[in-house]
Design a protein around this ligand. Structure first.
Ligand SMILES: [Mg+2]
Length: 399
């Protein structure tokens, strides 16, 4: 099970302004865009202004009507960005899996850090202390087993609080909340669901998935999974590693080939090699290209985009094979063959399989099989698992 934190800086802009000018801490203050303009709005406010019911996104004149002594300062975006960076640098002490969500919010996957720093709640509390002590900014943290509930948790108690939403308590905490609290639920969805009597997250969880799909399409199913705690979105890495542009392998056959069965053996061997290279580096490809050279050294190639990223040898093989008829009319003999995977992305720990259809689950199974084969080869040598069709070939294919 994963441990995800959602960290949300409280009244971020206002907190930074109060730190830069401590005199602002003791008066109701807000950061407002375009103060000279009657239509300028409140971007953030401190706790004292909150007591006057000053709200984010309302017009400055409305806020001042409620709180005549409100001090409104203009925003300093460069400084906010600098502080945002500093806050995220503190998060990096606890994990390298950090996904920023706006300037003052980040998800952290701390699953791998718990042995070092304690459980999710303890890590959340440490982070809050660090940020408060070093930067003077308070943070609210939600701790849960998925991103959606972690985000709900950071909203649940503010400021400077940790809220744990686990498998035991999620129904009592999450279910009574209005659906508009759920990430990605906008006004239209709220309206559509209200029309069928669905008002709380619990109402979604206890409704019928098929009916939600009819009403809202694919996002209906997604919301059902969110409400039931079944979302498996991953948290990306803070500093993405430099990815290769492409990974390819080629071969010149020992003899020229002129029939499809021989070509299939070559393609399978190359795709198998590409797939295991990618799996070893936790990468996937979203595009495949095949190029062939005939006995007159004329080269032709063609590429194809895949529907989604994969590192399955079988999937890459099938896609590569589907390109061949566009390249080769089987009349001229072939001398060599190259298969290249491009559009490379990182393999993510939890792919969004729950949002996929059945055929994709089949693909996932195939990938898992490929991974298993790769692992066996890693432990017992490359020749421990071979494709029967490639065994004893006379084309110079060595696996
Ligand atoms: Mg915030």
């Amino acid at each position: 099970m994963r441990t995800i934190l959602h960290c949300d800086c409280n009244s971020f802009y206002a907190s930074v302004e109060c730190m830069l000018n401590p005199a602002l801490k003791s008066v109701p203050m807000a950061v407002g865009g375009d103060i000279e303009n009657r239509h300028g709005i409140i971007l953030a406010k401190n706790e004292l202004a909150k007591n006057f019911n000053v709200k984010t996104a309302e017009a400055i004149w409305q806020a001042k009507a409620k709180c005549p002594d409100l001090i409104v300062v203009p925003p300093h975006h460069d400084i906010y960005l600098m502080y945002s960076k500093k806050v995220n640098q503190i998060y990096e002490r606890y994990t390298d899996r950090i996904e920023k969500f706006g300037i003052d919010e980040s998800w952290l996957d701390v699953t791998g850090s718990e042995r070092l720093f304690g459980n999710g709640q303890q890590i959340a509390d440490k982070i809050r202390e660090d940020v408060k002590n070093e930067l003077g900014i308070t943070v609210s943290v939600g701790v849960s087993f998925n991103k959606i509930f972690a985000k709900l948790g950071s909203d649940y108690k503010k400021p400077d609080a940790t809220t744990v939403i686990d498998h035991e308590n999620f129904k009592s905490i999450v279910f009574p909340l209005p659906i508009s609290d759920l990430l990605y639920v906008g006004r239209n969805t709220t309206k559509a669901l209200a029309g069928v009597g669905i008002k709380t997250i619990g109402d979604i969880a206890n409704s019928n998935k098929e009916a939600l799909k009819l009403l809202l399409g694919k996002s209906g199913e997604m919301l059902y999974d969110f409400a039931n705690g079944n979302s498996s979105d991953y948290v990306t890495y803070a500093n993405k590693k430099q990815l290769p542009k492409s990974i390819g392998n080629g071969m010149t056959f020992r003899r020229d080939i002129s029939d499809i069965e021989d070509l299939k053996k070559g393609i399978l061997a190359l795709c198998d090699c590409i797939a295991s290279r990618m799996q070893n580096k936790s990468l996937k490809v979203s595009g495949i290209s095949v190029s062939i050279k005939d006995t007159h050294f004329k080269t032709v190639s063609k590429q194809k985009s895949l529907d989604f990223p994969t590192s399955s040898a079988q999937k890459i093989y099938q896609e590569a094979l589907s390109i061949v008829p566009f390249l080769w009319d089987f009349e001229k003999p072939l001398r060599s063959l190259t298969v290249t995977g491009y559009d490379i992305s990182e393999e993510l720990a939890q792919s969004q399989i729950t949002l996929f259809e059945e055929e994709d689950i089949l693909l996932k199974k195939q990938e898992n099989l490929d991974y298993a084969i790769n692992k066996v080869r890693h432990n017992f040598g490359k020749s421990s698992v071979l494709y029967a069709s490639i065994l004893n070939n006379d084309l110079g294919i060595i696996i």
